[in-house]
Design a protein around this ligand. Structure first.
Ligand code: FBP
Length: 262
């Protein structure tokens, strides 16, 4: 079985995953502030930045655009996803098979698990099938571990986020993507219980450059292995500048102040 340090989607054991599944998960409203970001080519171009270790998209974008970028972009196939119009208990349709993603050239799969949802059991069983198929194809496995639903009052509490990162280890992810739990101590707890699974922080809604970089710096110092980010990159007019700074913090261990003055 592959070990996490053999992952094609990491650089020096760390990851900066650019996520661009928002057209499905949130809808075009996420592209309103920077209209060019609705054009997949614009964001595929951003994904060619050296700091980006993998680009997470749904099947349709991969089929239509990835062939033009296969030399410059590492594809992470986000297999499941649901639109924001769904009003039921949190759930995620499996839109893409591992076999098809492997044929397209994906190096890893991404899969959302809503622990605590009424649909957790079915989602975990779907994850099992995808995880085992990914092993057969020598692909990395990234879990979007987002507890939410009827079982949870606070889905970003320290104990919930630590549980989220542990689910990734228990169920066989190489990398587990969690929401930032609000403090260095809580992030450290989540990283400590993740064993040898790499933990990456989810970007969340757009914030200022400094606020975002300081949160990433805190997460890295607490034991995170990087970041999986969407809106904080493609909702900026000049995403390259922020990626340059993130590269310094994630891969060169620089502080926010150092990264902003380079
Ligand atoms: P952001 O950095 O924009 O938060 O993207 C990360 C991500 O996990 C995306 O892959 C996904 O579309 C989105 O967040 C889902 O966010 P939520 O379900 O919390 O609205």
């Amino acid at each position: 079985m592959r070990s996490a340090n053999e992952l094609q989607v990491t650089r020096d054991e760390k990851a900066l995953i650019l996520a661009y599944d928002h057209g499905l998960e949130h809808g075009p409203v996420d592209f309103a502030d920077v209209p060019a970001s609705a054009d997949p080519e614009t964001v595929f171009d951003v994904a060619t930045h050296d700091a980006v270790t993998a680009f997470a998209v749904q099947k349709g974008l991969a089929e239509a655009y990835y062939p033009s970028y296969e030399d410059d972009v590492t594809l992470l196939a986000k297999l499941n996803g649901t639109s924001n119009m769904w009003r039921g208990e949190p759930d995620s349709a499996v839109n893409w098979s591992v076999e098809n993603a492997a044929d397209l050239g994906a190096e890893a799969i991404g899969f959302t698990l809503y622990g605590g949802s009424n649909n957790e059991v079915e989602m975990a069983e779907e994850f099992r099938d995808a995880q085992e198929a990914a092993r057969d194809h020598d692909m990395g496995v990234v879990m979007w571990s987002y507890p939410r639903g009827q079982g949870l009052k606070n889905d970003t509490s320290a104990s919930t986020i630590a549980y989220a990162s542990r689910l990734g280890l228990e169920l066989g992810a190489d990398i587990t993507k969690i929401k930032y739990p609000g403090s260095a101590d809580a992030m450290q707890w989540a990283c400590d219980v993740a064993g040898n699974t790499k933990v990456v922080m989810s970007g969340g809604s757009k914030t200022s450059d400094r606020e975002f970089l300081e949160t990433v710096e805190t997460a890295m110092k607490a034991g995170a292995s990087g970041l999986a980010v969407g809106r904080n990159i493609f909702q900026r007019e000049n995403p390259t500048e922020l990626l340059d700074a993130l590269e310094q913090i994630i891969f060169e261990d620089k502080t926010t102040d150092e990264a902003l003055t380079m």
